[in-house]
Design a protein around this ligand. Structure first.
Ligand code: GAR
Length: 219
């Protein structure tokens, strides 16, 4: 079967992109990376992608007089490279509704919280301030509102009393890599698709047991 063509959009270090690069190296993985695109020329992830022999393009938003013109070139580059699924992986530009509409159900994002809680930036700082016991990460289809759209996969990460935003970010990131790779696998293999504001899955098993935190020592 033809592998689904991915276009990955990054603005920084690109560790989620790297997780996808590693997954795509597997012979049975149903997707491959057609293009890595960044709006920041100095994004560390670009070097990682080039070292893996992946085509990279920089489209610097600052060089454009308007968001619409920037997004027109973004769209063109993705189409020129035959991209079927756009993966936002730490892409720190809000995308306008016209662009989002053009890629409706064909663009996904990873966010470091259990959406719909903690949209936006500084998620780990905010969960620690609020004293919640669990946080996590979410992969979702992209809709015009920021960090909104049908949820594909989530992972739950318990919070430790001694956590700092940095420690928590590290633990959450390890799960981001897992759920991003698995989400793309589900989409590319046709096991999940958006239905209304949710996603419908086929033949997938979900754990029935929940987690409780904090856990008494003798539990
Ligand atoms: C990740 O934690 C990702 O969830 C977050 O940026 C980081 C990028 O890291 N994205 C957002 O906050 C989007 N709202 P990476 O460049 O190492 O993949």
């Amino acid at each position: 079967m033809a592998r689904m063509q991915l276009g990955i959009l990054i603005s920084g270090r690109g560790s989620n992109m790297k997780a996808l690069i590693d997954a795509c190296a597997g012979r049975d993985y149903p997707a491959e990376i057609a293009l890595v695109l960044s709006n920041v020329a100095s994004a560390g992830g670009l070097e990682t992608a080039r070292a893996a022999g992946i085509k990279t393009i920089v489209i610097d938003h600052k060089a454009y007089p308007s968001r619409a013109e920037f997004e027109r070139d973004l769209d063109q580059a993705l189409r020129d490279h035959g991209v079927e699924l756009v993966c936002l992986a730490g892409f720190m530009r809000l995308l306008d509704k016209d662009f989002v509409k053009r890629w409706h159900d064909r663009m996904i994002n990873i966010h470091p919280s259990l959406l719909p809680s903690y949209r936006g930036l500084k998620t780990h700082e905010r969960v620690l301030e609020d004293g919640v016991r669990f946080t996590g990460c979410t992969v979702h289809y992209v809709r015009p509102q920021m960090d909104e759209g049908p949820i594909i996969m989530q992972a739950v990460v318990p919070i430790d009393d001694h956590d700092t935003p940095q420690k928590l970010a590290r633990r959450v990131l390890a799960y981001e890599h897992k759920i991003y790779v698995e989400s793309v696998r589900l989409i590319a293999s046709g096991n999940i698709r958006p239905r209304g504001n949710k996603t419908a899955s086929k033949g997938l098993k979900f754990p029935k047991k929940g987690l409780i935190s904090p856990t008494p020592d003798d539990a």
